[in-house]
Design a binder for this molecule. Structure first.
Ligand code: HEM
Length: 141
């Protein structure tokens, strides 16, 4: 992909997204469609890279690729018309040393990005509930 660093080969599959998509178009609409999702992801990525607590974990990682794959993942899960082509959550976060406190911080940044985009509180919580089980593939103990 243009502007991205090469990664080791893997098989692209929507199953790598780590969650089944919502049914219907209610969630996609609550997030403002693909345009809204893009704004949320851009803001979310910016908040994570600038974060005083977890920013160091993101430094030196491919921001262009992360922005693209996160957009695809959110868009797929929200049933807004995308396929996810990134790696699975375990492979993506392997040996990164992410702790539960880091995960909590990331969720706060996502909440702030969703709030800024005026996603309803109910829709925010439905989406966060989809992401929550990924914790076991992301957080190391
Ligand atoms: C439910 C929670 C999370 C989701 C849904 C998620 C999603 C993703 C996705 C889609 C990718 C890109 C995969 C690819 O490149 O193929 C990724 C990579 C990454 N994630 Fe997460 N993530 C989560 C939690 C976290 C946390 C808590 C941290 C650190 C505080 C983190 C840090 C990173 C970093 C640094 C990368 C880049 C990896 C690389 O360059 O190879 N993630 N994540």
């Amino acid at each position: 992909m243009p502007g991205e660093e090469a990664v080791d080969p893997y098989r692209a599959d929507n199953a790598n997204a780590g969650a089944q998509p919502f049914e219907g178009d209610g969630m996609a609409r609550a997030f403002g469609g693909q345009e809204g999702i893009r704004r949320i992801v851009d803001d979310f990525v910016a908040r994570n890279f600038a974060d005083p607590v977890i920013g160091d974990i993101f430094a030196n990682h491919d921001r262009v690729r992360l922005t693209r794959t996160l957009f695809e993942q959110f868009c797929f899960i929200l049933n807004a018309g995308c396929d996810y082509t990134g790696r699975d959550m375990r492979a993506s976060h392997k040996d990164m040393g992410v702790q539960q406190a880091d995960m909590n911080r990331l969720v706060e940044n996502l909440q702030a990005a969703m709030r800024a985009q005026k996603v309803s509180f109910a829709a925010q919580n439905r989406f966060l509930a989809k992401l929550a089980p990924m914790r076991r593939d992301v957080v190391e103990r």
